[in-house]
Design a protein around this ligand. Structure first.
Ligand code: NAI
Ligand code: MG
Length: 334
């Protein structure tokens, strides 16, 4: 059993007089910065004014929200806690260029995903804290829950305890963002990183998307109308997942028909079978060995040519084209 921590296990006072630099004011950066500030924490933003050859909208967004916005290097110098919320593939080089020289003893390096620490894209000095404070939720939900006086569940982890107070610092941040109100799981960097990658590759993103696309292809190739196939394998997915989320698989089964439940038992295991499980186990090994990370970092260094090609190809898949049209037809008329 993992340790689950709540409000009583954390004390925000440890952050008194400290400054947290949020590096990267994107999805997570904006939500976390706003929540920390609303809880009375001193927050500054480290950002890049120009990205590629364009103005970076995140820079303006942070200014408009009333934050003190500066370069990443300035923020890293000024802050006690440097909370990196850039896209993961950019942590390594940005750390090297702009943050490393300011990682003085007693400071904390923090993140919401352990990828760069676990796969050694970042190797911090031994006398700093290295912590993780992560929501188990997309940024929009996280901010919404905070504003409702509530909070989403989160994770905390300590990789390195330079100050002797690393865990207390991570928990204080989690409390300031109200993750401890819902409950925070204490884990290791490796657990979070490996599980996160495995989950998104095999079940949540990779597995789910292939399941949806394949179901749509089989139905439409057999001559069934695209609109019906779309509703069957994509639209209804949410309704089913909501039930599973709410009360587990049996709750969902109690709501669907007996016919659907019977089909689940006899056909499901023929689709996701023992071979699928073996391939999933291999995918987990590739995550744990660093093989996946190495290949992904190579792709990122080359400017993501394959990622961009696959993104484009997905946009041309019939389910995406049909989906746009169908969602348009069912949009609420204003
Ligand atoms: P994001 O994609 O929203 O990007 C954050 C910001 O980084 C951008 O607004 C931009 O200003 C800056 N940025 C982008 N490309 C850059 C570049 N080449 N150089 C310099 N700055 C650049 O990031 P997101 O999704 O908020 O993820 C941040 C961290 O939070 C990651 O470590 C991620 O794994 C973690 N995380 C994300 C969750 C999510 O729901 N999106 C959930 C939990 C953790
Ligand atoms: Mg995840």
């Amino acid at each position: 059993m993992v340790n689950i921590l709540h409000d009583n296990d954390a004390d925000i006072a440890i952050l008194n007089g400290k400054t947290i630099a949020i590096i990267g004011y994107g999805s997570q950066g904006s939500a976390q910065a706003l929540c920390l500030r609303d809880s009375g924490i001193n927050v500054i933003i480290g950002e890049t004014e120009v990205l590629g050859d364009k103005k970076n909208p995140s820079w303006e967004n942070a200014k408009e929200a009333g934050f003190e916005v500066m370069t990443i290097e300035q923020a890293a110098e000024k802050a006690d806690i440097i909370h990196m919320l850039l896209p993961d593939e950019h942590h390594g080089h940005i750390y090297k260029d702009s943050i490393e020289k300011h990682m003085k003893a007693g400071k904390s390096l923090s993140c919401s995903h352990g990828f760069n620490i676990v796969f050694k894209q970042i190797v911090p000095p031994a006398d700093v804290d290295v912590i993780m404070v992560a929501p188990k939720s997309p940024a929009t939900e996280e901010r919404k829950a905070y504003l409702e006086g509530f909070g989403v569940p989160g994770l905390v982890a300590v990789y390195q305890d330079g100050s002797g107070k690393a865990k207390e610092t991570a928990l204080a941040m989690a409390k300031a963002m109200r993750f401890t109100r819902a409950g925070v799981l204490e884990c290791t960097f490796e657990q979070e990183t490996y599980e996160d990658l495995f989950g998104e590759q095999n079940v949540l993103c990779g597995g789910l998307v292939e399941l949806i696309k394949t179901g749509f292809e089989v139905l439409t190739e057999a001559g069934y109308p695209e609109e019906m196939a779309y509703f069957e394998v994509l639209h209804e997915m949410k309704l089913i997942v909501d039930l599973v989320f709410e009360g587990g698989i049996q709750k969902m089964n109690s709501v669907i028909s007996n016919t659907a439940e019977w089909g689940e038992y006899v056909v499901g295991p023929k689709i996701i079978d023992a071979d699928t499980k073996k391939r999933m186990a291999q995918a987990l090994k590739d995550v744990e060995s660093g093989k996946f990370a190495k290949e992904w970092m190579e792709e990122a260094r080359n400017g993501c040519p394959n990622l961009l090609a696959k993104r484009k190809a997905l946009g041309e898949h019939p389910i995406e084209i049909a989906g746009k049209r169908i969602r348009g037809l069912f949009e609420q008329k204003k």
